[in-house]
Design a protein around this ligand. Structure first.
Ligand code: MSP
Length: 679
């Protein structure tokens, strides 16, 4: 009977499909992918789960703003996210969507069980709610509180900066308070349940010690969610729905629970720091209430920050992984993300650092080592790698020792998800190997070879090839192309059975190896200035193109169906405020009056979008001959939240001028392209 491999279950959070994912979200997935790949190489039977968190008010509103029903919207987004993971060569074993029917059924059953047990009860929720964070706050938890002239609280902002709204509705609650002591005790007896340990202290100090409040777990104010089976006016609040994915994906409470029995409890669940609370407090309590064992570790990682803070569209500092992969290759991105984020802490993305890491670490240190090695083996031994022999050259033993130390340190670090440190360890070996060339001076040894002694030169070459082999093998969880490219240039096998890393040493170098006749750079050197400018431009452009949700909300209140011309207020506004408005060149494809609304004209426009855009404008009285407008190019504000007017959706606003009561559309020259952005 075949030996049973130890199982290993690892998960990412499931992503909100509320917008295009950026390199910050990609970090979480790539980090988990690296661990899954590492564990497979170490002989584990791995199950790697990722997916999408598709319910909730935020998604419902986003879909509505695009004029789509939520299901159509999340279907499109899930496809987009799956495509991204394919591009990043993410090796997940399953992609769960919270709209999967079996997941929904299992969530309903979980809710009913907790209700029947008395862990969930019905009450009323009164408090501040942030739609963006899908989270409730007490007044004291708010980062900012707004008051009216009488000093009454009228609103505020969550710690994330998102606005909160007052909510008062019937809701089911989970009796978290009942389990607070149990959880505190669990933390004490399992000190590495939540890592890094600083996060555990935060949980204790901020949430458990002040007293855990019961959690609202249902809503009646929106529909896009899993209905409570016994009370379908309520939908199950996103976190109960979302957290359950980690067990429903394995078939918990479903038809086939083989995977659940095989893989649960998870070994590691990786999450960003802002959602540690849900995973280290609510999730263990939920599992405990269901009588299930807890995951071995929850790992809370930091954020990938930009110079001006967290990546966000409204700050114009978003960078998308597709852009970087297309231009610099996948390995460069995977290497960068895992190197730039120290374990548990925040990392900083700058175009300068990204380009530097490619140029110095990859092109220079690693790439040149390979080029020089291949060139020397060709020059001195006609491409044929000499048999590995130890202790011939002075620095041989030291290089071998560095390799041995690197390998054991690497395993320790990879097993605990310390990728940046694991990469530093590998690069110490890279540096040691480069130094080995300087020390042995093969070009000097080559002269001795002519004098009849080639042992030292042979040992030098085999050490270089052996070291590069180890480096390539260790890089496999991080990079998906370079390891094979390196082994290929060295003439080494890339068959999976020859790429195992469980037993590794320099001395394992296979015999009769022939390097390629001419190596090619695996990481070409970049023109630093040009590439920094390129990345910088992408960051600004992506912001402009994608529109800004914040602006849509602000514009909401200004939209009056009967008054659609822009009212330019005289007071000064900040540049950033103006920069929030997205104005595009749009060509009028069709224009007609709106039935029953004598002031309104209905425009169909090509603003460079995939589909035509419809905008209603109250300018009929100034354009009795509206047909003449067809084909003209005008300016449209395109990131306003769409509005319904007279039963018709309007996706933006046309710019016009007003002079002594006469309103005129701003017509722009034909040579401007549809979709061009004003700015
Ligand atoms: N849907 C919830 C998770 C539910 S899990 C049961 C969610 N989704 S999210 O799309 O907002 O975030 C998913 C992950 O992306 C989180 O781990 C979050 O920390 C991570 N990141 C988002 N921006 C990030 C950075 N800038 N840097 C690093 N990680 C970031 O929360």
């Amino acid at each position: 009977m075949a030996e049973k491999k130890p199982t290993y279950y690892i998960t990412t959070p499931i992503y909100y499909p509320s917008g295009k994912l950026h390199i910050g979200n990609s970090y979480t997935t790539i980090a988990v992918d690296a661990e899954a790949r590492y564990r497979r190489l170490m002989g584990n039977d791995v199950f790697f789960l990722t997916g999408t968190d598709e319910h909730g008010q935020k998604i419902e509103e986003k879909a509505e703003s695009l004029g789509l029903d939520p299901k159509t919207y999340v279907d499109q987004m899930a496809t987009q996210i799956k495509d991204l993971w394919k591009l990043l060569e993410v090796s997940n074993d399953k992609f769960i969507r919270t709209t999967d029917k079996d997941h929904e059924a299992a969530v309903q059953a979980i809710f009913e069980q907790l209700l029947a047990q008395g862990d969930i009860y019905k009450g009323r929720y009164e408090g501040w709610y942030s739609v963006d964070d899908e989270e409730f706050f007490t007044e004291s938890q708010l980062a900012e509180v707004f008051h009216d002239a009488q000093g009454n609280v009228t609103g505020g902002k969550a710690p994330s900066g998102h606005e909160v709204v007052w909510t008062d509705e019937e809701s089911y609650f989970f009796k978290m308070s009942k389990y607070a002591d149990w959880l505190l005790n669990y933390y004490k007896t399992h000190p590495d349940f939540l890592i890094p340990s600083t996060r555990m202290n935060e949980m204790i100090k901020n949430f458990l010690e002040p007293g855990l409040e019961d959690l609202s777990v249902s809503r009646t104010s929106y529909k896009w969610g899993v209905p409570v089976k016994s009370d379908p006016r309520h939908v199950i609040y996103v976190w109960i729905d979302a957290l359950s994915n980690y067990i429903t994906a394995l078939g918990y409470d479903g038809k086939d629970s083989t995977n659940f029995e095989k893989f649960w409890p998870a070994n590691v669940q990786v999450v960003g720091k802002e959602i540690v609370r849900f995973h280290a407090i609510y999730w263990p309590i939920m599992l405990h209430a269901l009588g299930l064992p807890l995951p071995e570790h929850i790992v809370g990682h930091g954020w990938l920050l930009m110079k001006n803070g967290k990546m966000s569209k409204s700050k114009g500092n978003v960078i998308y992984p597709e852009t970087l992969v297309e231009r610099y290759g996948l390995d460069a991105l995977r290497y960068y993300l895992l190197k730039a984020m120290p374990f548990g802490n925040d990392g900083l993305f700058t175009p300068e650092d990204f380009v530097d890491k490619i140029n110095y670490d990859l092109a220079n240190d690693l790439g040149n080592l390979l080029n020089r090695t291949v060139a020397m083996v060709n020059k001195y031994f006609k491409g044929s790698v000499p048999v590995f022999e130890s202790g011939v050259n002075g620095p041989d033993m030291d290089l071998e020792q560095t390799a041995t130390d690197t390998i054991s340190r690497y395993h320790e670090l990879m097993a605990s998800l310390h990728y940046a440190d694991a990469l530093s360890a590998i690069w110490r070996l890279v540096a040691r190997t480069n130094k080995y060339i300087d020390e042995t001076e093969p070009w000097v040894l080559a002269k001795a070879e002519k004098a009849g002694d080639d042992r030292r030169l042979a040992a030098a070459m085999s050490h270089l090839v052996a070291s590069l082999r180890v480096i390539a093998l260790l890089l496999q969880p991080i990079m998906t192309h370079a390891p094979k490219a390196i082994l290929g240039q060295l003439g080494l096998s890339t068959e999976p059975e020859d790429m195992q890393i469980q037993q590794l040493s320099l001395a394992d170098l296979p015999a009769k190896v022939q390097v390629v006749a001419k190596g090619t750079p695996i990481f070409p050197r970049l023109d630093a200035k040009a590439e920094i400018d390129f990345i910088q431009a992408q960051m600004t452009q992506s912001d402009k193109q994608k529109g800004r949700a914040a602006m849509a909300a602000a514009a909401d209140s200004q939209w009056e169906p009967e008054n659609v011309t822009l009212d330019l207020t005289k007071s000064a506004i900040k540049f950033e405020d103006f920069d929030q408005v997205e104005i595009k060149v749009a060509q009028i494809i069709e224009v007609k009056p709106v039935e029953g609304a004598d002031k309104l004209l209905q425009f169909r426009l090509d603003a460079g979008d995939q589909q035509n855009r419809q905008i209603l404008s109250g300018i009929h009285e100034w354009y009795p001959d509206y047909q003449k407008l067809t084909g003209k190019k005008v300016l449209a504000v395109t990131n306003l939240k769409p509005r319904k007017m007279r039963g018709q959706i309007s996706q933006g606003m046309l710019l016009s001028t007003e002079h002594e009561g006469q309103v005129t559309l701003v017509i722009v020259p034909d040579e401007l392209n549809n979709g061009d952005i004003l700015g």
